[in-house]
Ligand binder design. Structure first.
Ligand code: LMR
Length: 334
């Protein structure tokens, strides 16, 4: 009788061990935007590739549209290990104490994706990601969104048009200074709250690339959208460092491969997604699209570029200069 109990016990233990061994590793990937955006599509692509390459050993759970966490909470959750992967906008690293990332928020710093990629794909991009490690975070790649537009319920053509407007921004001191340089009153706010804040008049306007504006339906509550291309919005895909380094080596390698493919894909579709979103805003007829004249754009640049100087001590003069060198930007030439 005793032997039988022992055999049954052993068999049950073996069975549960085997069942345990077959449990997939779950990676929760949380983000704040819609699925139908460059970041949303990149995350879904990564899920598909990662599950395929790891042959089901890893299950990726993507939570879009702030369904799991809002901006600030998601970063805390990653550090605590409650979520394993995020792709926050680069602006969102400054509140962690890594202020250098605000360099990407400087107005008119980048004219196009090529200039940007010289920085993100080069030594500067790598050394910035390295700074996250002290926060328990590993940066895997940079994903693009695009250049931002400005929206409001009045036409924004000249810097003076911003005077007194409450403009929603991300939690970045550079973006705060940027809005003040136009005479606006910046309001830091979580992304998930922007639509309602615009709808109810808590804020008057905002900035984002067209893909975010359109998929959050912000154009339905903003009468005018100015094609200002005044700043860049992009992301770093990050993971909890301890979790990532604790993965079996072969699995980690497969996930790195999946991330490389997802990065290529996300960065390939970013421009097209934004162009299509802008077309959709135009077709909706809900917002009037404003194209600035060369003189108007010059006036915007002149007002906003002083932010580079103002924020140099905070971000690092050398870092700003090294990016100017990569991109050829010269504030004196504006
Ligand atoms: C925002 O808060 O405006 C953006 O960071 C949202 C996003 O992740 O694209």
């Amino acid at each position: 009788m005793k032997l039988r109990t022992l055999v049954i016990g052993l068999a049950a233990a073996t069975f549960s061990l085997a069942a345990f061994a077959q449990q997939p590793i779950v990676i929760k990937f949380s983000h704040v935007v819609a699925n139908d955006t460059p970041k949303g599509k990149g995350a879904d692509f990564f899920k598909q590739k990662a599950e395929e390459l790891t042959k089901g050993k890893v299950k990726i759970e993507v939570y879009a549209n702030s369904t799991l966490y809002k901006d600030k909470e998601e970063m805390e959750a990653l550090q605590l290990g409650a979520v394993q992967m995020l792709a926050p906008s680069l602006a969102k690293f400054a509140p962690l104490g890594v202020k250098e990332f605000e360099v990407f928020d400087l107005p008119y710093m980048f004219d196009n994706y090529d200039q940007l990629h010289k920085v993100t794909n080069g030594d500067i991009g790598k050394s910035l990601l390295k700074k996250l490690e002290a926060k328990g975070i590993l940066g895997l790649s940079y994903w693009d969104n695009g250049l931002k537009v400005m929206s409001a319920n009045k036409p924004l053509k000249e810097p003076a048009d911003f005077r007194g407007l409450k403009m929603r921004i991300q939690s970045s001191n550079v973006l705060d200074a940027q809005m003040r340089s136009l005479g606006a009153l910046p309001q830091k706010m979580a992304f998930s709250e922007v639509y309602q804040a615009l709808q109810t008049g808590v804020v008057d306007g905002t900035e984002n690339p067209p893909s975010n504006l359109y998929t959050q339906k912000m154009h339905e509550v903003q009468k005018f959208v100015t094609l200002s291309d005044h700043g860049y919005l992009g992301y770093a895909v990050i993971v909890n460092k301890k979790f990532w380094e604790g993965l079996p080596g072969d699995v980690r390698k497969q996930l790195e491969d999946a991330m490389e493919q997802a990065t290529r894909y996300a960065n390939q579709i970013a421009k097209v997604e934004n162009d299509q979103a802008l077309d959709a805003v135009k077709k909706s007829g809900k917002s009037e699209i404003i194209t600035l004249t060369a003189d108007q754009k010059k006036a915007w640049k002149k007002s906003m570029v002083k932010v580079h100087e103002q924020m140099a001590d905070r971000i690092g003069k050398d870092l700003i200069q090294s990016i100017y060198k990569e991109t050829g930007f010269d504030p004196a030439k504006l």
